[in-house]
Design a protein around this ligand. Structure first.
Ligand code: KG4
Ligand code: ZN
Length: 353
């Protein structure tokens, strides 16, 4: 609706410079500049390279988003920016830009949590999120299960990875298989031609003895090692590595654990909505398996389209819009870039300057 506030969101926590503009739940612009190709030859994101790329991209990306939405900075009602968690230097570029634009155009600014934004983005596709809901957040840096009681004010962590994040496991296994970085998309592609049952890779923290202490936690490091050992054994024997079968079997193990634990959290808490976010939510097998398994429990699975799952500015704008609509006060103008921002803090509090 035209009378809903116009919110601009800035994202620079990792390797994507994103600026999104939303009005209510309507996405008006989603401009993105990625430095992913500059990191590819290192097999992972290089923080200094990412910071420099953000610095070069932030103003042009901002201009593109405003042009795409057909508005000027004067039309914007509030600016939201990822305050954390993420790479310190990368976050600083977005936070400094947000403060600069907010000061110059006299707009309120919200420093927001990147992970909460990964949940909020789904409202752009599926409308308001029923609360409470369970959220499964799976990205390159995080794997968490949360209870979303109130997305504007607080979420309750249920569990998280105790070692590698799900996306990190995809990236490391891809490297092992000679596939490019980031590894999620090529593994997803290769897996389509493979047999997911061909190799029985381990399902971390699912044995009865682990469930007592780690019911909602994840572990992917043992799986990654198992894939490495399996591939090495093949290579030592001078046999070709069946990349598609390894990719499919690895992907099946990850998706099996993620969906089983997420649905267990829904059922144990009497919740009928599961929202999945973060880069790994773009995975085709994860989406299909979650929907298929949820159906028999009457649980609705909400996953945004792949472009909105990976990092972008629209997700930050979506959370900003939800904060404004919920009457949450803007952050102080001295809001920090907090690389270790806790999951329980949805936005940096306001208060006297
Ligand atoms: O959310 P995101 O863009 O950045 C972080 O906040 O980390 O997530 C990036 C991660 C990478 O590890 C990438 O390999 C993974 O998401 N990813 C995927 C797929 N697309 C991206 N993993 C599995 N399947 C995919 N289709
Ligand atoms: Zn992310």
């Amino acid at each position: 609706m035209a009378d809903e506030p116009l919110i601009l969101g800035i994202e620079t926590s990792c390797d994507e410079t994103g600026v999104g503009i939303v009005r209510g739940h309507t996405l008006l612009a989603d401009a993105l500049a990625s430095s992913v190709e500059e990191h590819a030859r290192f097999g992972g994101v290089v923080p200094e390279v990412a910071s420099r790329a953000h610095l070069e991209a932030i103003v042009p990306t901002m201009d593109r988003a405003l042009a795409e939405a057909g508005v000027t900075i004067a039309d914007i009602d509030a600016i939201a920016v990822t305050s954390g968690p993420g790479l310190a230097g990368a976050l600083l570029v977005g936070v400094a830009a947000a403060k600069g634009y907010a000061l110059a155009a006299e707009k309120p600014v919200y420093g927001v949590n990147h992970l909460a934004a990964h949940v909020a983005v789904d409202t752009l596709e599926h409308g308001p999120l029923p609360e409470p809901a369970v959220a499964l957040l799976v990205s390159g840096g995080h794997s968490s299960l949360l209870l979303v009681d109130d997305l504007a004010r607080g979420v309750t962590p249920l569990g998280a990875t105790i070692d590698d994040a799900a996306g990190e496991a995809f990236d490391k296994v891809a490297r092992l298989l000679g596939l490019p970085f980031p590894g999620g998309p090529p593994i997803d592609r290769e897996a389509r031609a493979g047999d997911p049952e061909s190799i029985g890779f381990p399902r971390g923290l699912t044995a009865a003895k682990d469930l007592a202490a780690h019911r909602y936690d994840f572990s992917f490091s043992g799986l990654k090692t198992a894939v490495a050992r399996w591939v090495e054994a093949r290579q030592r024997a001078g046999e070709p590595v069946p990349v598609a079968d390894v990719a499919a079997s690895f992907q099946e193990a990850v998706c099996d654990v993620l969906t089983a634990k997420a649905l267990d959290a829904c059922r144990a808490n009497g919740i009928d909505t599961l929202v999945i976010g973060g880069g790994v939510a773009a995975n085709s097998r994860l989406r299909a398996m979650a929907e298929h398994r949820a159906e028999k429990y009457g649980i609705r699975v909400r996953v945004p389209r792949p472009r909105l799952c990976t990092d972008n500015g629209a997700m930050v704008a979506a959370l900003g819009s939800h904060l404004v609509a919920s009457g949450v006060a803007p952050s102080r103008l001295d809001l920090p870039a907090d690389s270790a921002m806790p999951l329980t803090v949805v936005s940096v509090p306001g208060g006297a300057e």
